[in-house]
Design a protein around this ligand. Sequence first.
Ligand SMILES: NC(=O)c1ccc[n+]([C@@H]2O[C@H](COP(=O)([O-])OP(=O)(O)OC[C@H]3O[C@@H](n4cnc5c(N)ncnc54)[C@H](O)[C@@H]3O)[C@@H](O)[C@H]2O)c1
Length: 347
Amino acid sequence: MSRRTLRAGLIGLGAMGHNHARVLSSLDGVELVGVMDPAGDCTGASRNTPVVATLPELLALGLDYAVVACPTALHEEVGLVLAENGVPALIEKPLAHSATAAQRLVDAFDRAGLVAGVGHIERFNPALQSLRSRLEAGELGEVFQVVTRRQGPFPHRIADVGVVKDLATHDIDLTSWVTGHPYVSVSARTVSKSGRPHEDMVSVVGDLSDGTLVSHLVNWLSPHKERYTAVTGERGCLVADTLTADLTFHANGAVTTEWEALRAFRGVAEGDMVRYAIPKREPLLVEHERFRDAVEGKATDIVTLDQGLRTVKVAEAVLDSARRKASVSLRRPRTPAAPLVKPRHAE
Ligand SMILES: NC(=O)c1ccc[n+]([C@@H]2O[C@H](COP(=O)([O-])OP(=O)(O)OC[C@H]3O[C@@H](n4cnc5c(N)ncnc54)[C@H](O)[C@@H]3O)[C@@H](O)[C@H]2O)c1
């Protein structure tokens, strides 16, 4: 049976919008029918697709769905118009600039009964997908700790939010997703060295609901770019590099000792190291394929707006903790915390 071609629109043709335009232009079953950006298209990234300056002009082209890649501070305003007009939307991360705005988006798309997702692209990185499957299969045994580092140079174009909402939301989302557990508390410190109103460096320590310890170092002040996730457990450590999509396993050594006094010591020794050969598909393409399938009504795995909201709430708790120099609880009063993802046994 031949599939109907979906008419997609793109909102925002900046650094990320360029990538969305490239992927949407060659996505099977989809036609990119229009792009909206008040600044127009000075680089030719729209590839002959009409570029309009306003949202009503884009909607007039007749859309089956839209991708929102304008600045974060505008996600709410644009998303609410799309929901009002019955247009499903894939909204870039973070879902919105505040938890209140993110909640309004969740409510609007819920009320309209529309498919909507958040572009937390790290979930589609092959290294993290493989890491998550290995945790689900119990390859590490009990998980003790998740450590992430996301450092790099300053992005002059991002001015509406700080590094916590812009970059650390990647770490917050991926940590809950790979482990399957929500955050219950965070403690953080930030600094602002660039002279802008928002923070540009953060250190976070937190706890997940199962007791896993987490730590995130995220900044825009490093000439060295890295995207590092390490999960340490009973049997060793899995390290994902999401720039190269490599996943490496450092196993605990199986060292026996005849020294009676040391047998009681339960530390670890260095064992084998394996770098897995994993198929590497472009994360943005996989994200788009999943969203297209969801719009077509197929059962597929997208990042829901509720999950995007939860991530923004954790980011706000991080900022609150840094402001107050105190640990902030994310436990919901009285009702038990709902997991960010379905329990593993239910999948
Ligand atoms: N998933 C990822 O890895 C990733 C990476 C980068 C950016 N992002 C997200 O994508 C969004 C855009 O970031 P960017 O780096 O492309 O920013 P950018 O500044 O490069 O581009 C933003 C574009 O939006 C346009 N714009 C401004 N007002 C608009 C409006 N009212 N309607 C439509 N377009 C408008 C600007 O002219 C500009 O072309 C942000 O939410 C950011 O967090 C996600």
